[in-house]
Design a protein around this ligand. Structure first.
Ligand code: MCA
Ligand code: AMP
Length: 463
């Protein structure tokens, strides 16, 4: 059986070419393929077959990469889970994904599914088949409804998108990425890991981002705005280490123009900003050569239709997903097939897109999407709460943090209520937890009684 084109390209990469450095050890592309085939043998021994879902809840490291490669070699569907997620967060995803196997460090947060805590190897299986429906990965993204939404990802959408990005950023096999982004989001997994593999390029994978000097030999870097802010001090003291790179890219959240200017002043690099979404992969980007406009996310990638309707960015094209699964959302697409991003945008005089706000209820904390509705549902159960509403507030480090306005029902004193709410929030991963609280007598609602989250900052947190 022929391999899917996306994989066929990687399988044809020179086996001796450097691939990934993980936990300090280098693997050639050939060694990575062999590792995937041995892990596929182990998965198969455990009963996993092509088309089965496998949840992977691991931090960046050898096991995480090996689990992905093993699923690819077998044609299983990988379901990456945020390594910081707790029981309350993985539960609904497990219910929706119905995995055959979970690979996770902490089995205690799972119920009713087989969990293994490390990745094994077995007799090599070297199929690399097209998974059923072409779905190679199923990414769950924080929906605005409070329940994570499953977005099936195909090799075809990734291939189209990664080729568009490689052209726009002039990336080649000689490039070496420093990959510090978590590999359970599109940014790190698709753009970073799969981008490097598809091009036959190399990447140094780090466990997490630390604001240290970039490793020698690295040519480019992908980050969220928080990374650049935390890096500024080192950029000032060691500008030459950054000048050695040819490209710094930012995405996942808006890069404030003053931060872009500060990096430029320190290093001479104008950070290249691009815009994307799990559902669409990358949508628009500034160019490598040509004008990079601070405060904009550049122009649409080739083959991607972007339009603004009633202020909302809408997208259509070969890298846009086909719809949420297993819970389709009828309103996600327009009748003529454009995906509604929920982001507010406008084109400037040169056709560069500017993201000016969000029409959806979403808080982006350090580049991580947080649904205020999910946090509310979780905290509303705390005794002493009549009602509550969450919103985002600006933050100098993380761009935004979650804040919560609480209407007490009068049965619990405020200090005890706050302590109980903070304790309940510990059942959610760290970035979702409210960092500011306000106790108020009512929440802003419209005439229909619907919570108006955009008004909470002004009414509960002003001053
Ligand atoms: C850390 N925590 C998290 C995450 N990271 N919770 C949920 N999701 C996360 N990704 C929790 C920890 O468990 C911890 O909780 C608390 O936050 C603080 O952890 P720490 O490591 O100290 O946090 P930090 O150093 O402040 O980390 C923040 C960070 C990091 C460096 C900004 O979150 C990060 O690397 N963000 C990048 C996210 C990203 O890749 N986004 C792309 C998605 P506790 O207190 O219990 O210990 S968007 C996307 O893919 C689209 C397509 C796009 O356009 O790119
Ligand atoms: P995710 O669902 O995690 O893929 O996050 C996608 C969301 O991140 C988008 O809908 C935007 O709201 C936001 N986003 C990504 N890149 C940018 C950017 N460059 N500027 C502003 N917002 C961005």
């Amino acid at each position: 059986m022929p391999h899917p084109p996306f994989l066929a390209r990687w399988l044809a990469v020179d086996p001796s070419a450097p691939g990934l450095q993980i936990e300090g050890e280098w693997y050639t592309h050939g060694q990575l393929r062999a590792l995937g085939e041995r892990v596929a043998g182990w998965l198969s021994f455990l009963g996993v077959q092509a088309g089965d879902a496998v949840c992977i809840q691991l931090e960046n490291g050898r096991d995480l990469v090996a689990a992905h490669l093993g699923c690819m070699a077998l044609g299983a569907v990988r379901v990456p889970l945020n390594a910081h997620y707790r029981a309350a967060e993985v539960g609904p995803i497990i219910e929706d994904a119905r995995p055959k196997l979970v690979i996770a460090r902490d089995p205690s947060i799972y119920r009713g599914v087989p969990v293994v805590t490390a990745v094994g190897e077995g007799a090599p299986v070297a199929d690399w088949p097209t998974p059923p429906g072409d779905v190679t990965c199923w990414l769950f993204t924080s929906g605005t409804t409070g329940r994570a939404k499953g977005t099936p990802q195909t090799y075809a959408m990734w291939e189209h998108n990664l080729d568009g990005i490689a052209t726009r950023w002039e990336l080649a096999s000689a490039d070496r990425l420093w990959l510090c982004l978590p590999l359970f989001h599109t940014h790190g997994l698709v753009l970073g890991l799969h981008g490097a593999l598809l091009r036959g390029a190399s990447a140094i994978v780090s466990a997490r981002f630390d604001p240290i000097l970039p490793p020698e030999g690295v040519t480019h870097f992908y980050g969220v705005p928080t990374y650049y802010r935390r890096w500024l001090a080192v950029m000032h003291t060691h500008p030459d280490a950054f000048r050695a790179l040819r490209l710094l890219v930012s995405g996942s959240d808006g890069l404030p123009a003053e931060l872009s200017d500060a990096v430029y002043a320190a290093t001479g690099h104008r950070v290249l900003e691009r815009y994307g979404m799990t559902e669409t992969v990358m949508i628009a980007s500034n160019p490598f050569a040509g004008e990079r406009r601070a405060g904009t996310v550049g122009t649409p990638l080739d083959g991607v239709d972007v339009r603004i309707v009633d202020g909302e960015v809408q997208v259509r094209g070969p890298s846009v997903f086909l719809g949420y699964q297993p819970r389709p959302d009828a309103g996600a697409f327009t009748e003529d097939g454009f995906f509604r991003t929920g982001d507010a945008g406008e084109f400037d005089d040169k056709g560069y897109l500017r993201i000016v706000g969000r029409k959806k209820d979403l808080v982006i904390v350090g580049g991580v999407n947080v649904s205020p509705a999910e946090v509310e549902v979780h905290l509303a159960k705390v005794p002493g709460v009549a009602e509550l509403g969450c919103c985002g507030l600006p933050d100098v480090d993380l761009n935004e943090i979650v804040a919560c306005a609480v209407v007490p029902d009068g049965t619990v004193a405020e200090p005890e209520l706050r302590a109980a709410l903070e304790l309940a929030a510990k059942d959610l991963s760290g970035l979702k937890r409210p960092r500011r609280w306000a106790f108020v007598s009512s929440l802003p609602r419209n005439a229909m009684g619907k919570l108006q989250r955009a008004r909470i900052p002004g009414e509960a947190f002003a001053g």
